[in-house]
Structure formats: structure tokens, C-alpha cells
Design a protein around this ligand. Sequence first.
Ligand code: IMP
Ligand code: MG
Length: 172
Amino acid sequence: MEIKEILITSQEIEIAVDNIARQLNEHYKTDQPVIFVTILKGAIVFASDLMRKLNFPITLDFISATSYGSSTKTSGVVKILKDLDTPIENQNVLLVEDIVDTGLTLKYLKEILMARKPKSLKLCALLDKHSRREVDLDVDFLGIKIPDKFVVGYGLDWNEQYRYLSHICVVG
Ligand code: IMP
Ligand code: MG
């Protein structure tokens, strides 16, 4: 797999992140801290840019799940590799993801987190491969719709490679 083209430039990403931050700032008019949960590893770059544009208090936690092996196809199996450190019962939780593809990962994480009875749970993702959706899922805050192409950069990887790129690129 090698880089074929730039799909979304870093300037375009910044505009999308600004937009999401504006929506979050509008939504969370609360003094109660929101637990900002970054889904490892892909969402770390997005999350670190996004959190610095927020104007309400957050605390950070991380969760790691995988539905992918080393290929670009979903296995359909979602496994928790690292759970949250903090209890979320009666807390406002924002789950931050890099990309929604089939939707299996976010749907599964939403279900296990909802079982812990948070006060609220909202989903946020930078990229949306809508044509690939296999499950019904409402994502509350979405950035950019992209075509059914495998993308890397800005945190996203192919086989752990290319996460450090500042543009989002198509590999093939
Ligand atoms: P889903 O469970 O099929 O929605 O897949 C979500 C996960 O698959 C994301 O957290 C990504 O890590 C990974 N993924 C899906 N599409 C891509 C892509 O185009 N590039 C890199 N990772 C992807
Ligand atoms: Mg991933």
C-alpha cells in the first residue's frame, strides 16, 4: 500500500475541526466537566486538536477497541483492548472517534458505555464513510463525509503506518 493522493488537506481538516468544536461549544453549556473519551489510537490527533478549541471543562480518558487486523476489511468482531480508567455513571461522556465505517465499533462502544448509566453519551467523529454503514447508528457530531476509499494520515493508519501525516490521504 502506498499513498495515492491527498483527499483532505490539513487546512480543510482544520475547518472541519473548527465546525465540530463550534457545535460542541453550543451543545455543552454546562459547568459540569464532560469526560472526553478518545478512542485509541486513530482519534488522538483529531482529539488533541479538537479539545483545544473547546470552551467548557473536560477531563480526559481513553478507550481502545479493534475490529481490524492488518487488512483493510472489518472482521466484524470488536474487542476492547483498553477500557476507561474512570467510572462514568451519572457523568456526561463524549466519545471521540476518527472515522465511522461500518459503524460496528462505535455502536458496540456505545452499548457497553450506556450500560454504565452515564448522564449523557454523545458520539463525535471526524470522518464518515456513510456508504459502508452496516448498522443503524446516530452520530451526534460529524465532520466530513468521504467516499469508500481507505484513508490514512491525521492519526489514521494502514497497518500502523502513516498516522503522522498531516493531510488525509488515500492509499492503494
Ligand atoms: P467500523 O467499526 O467499521 O465503523 O470501523 C471503525 C474503525 O475502523 C475506525 O476506528 C478506524 O480505526 C478503522 N477504519 C475504518 N476505515 C478506515 C480507513 O479508511 N482508514 C483507516 N482506518 C479505518
Ligand atoms: Mg482504528
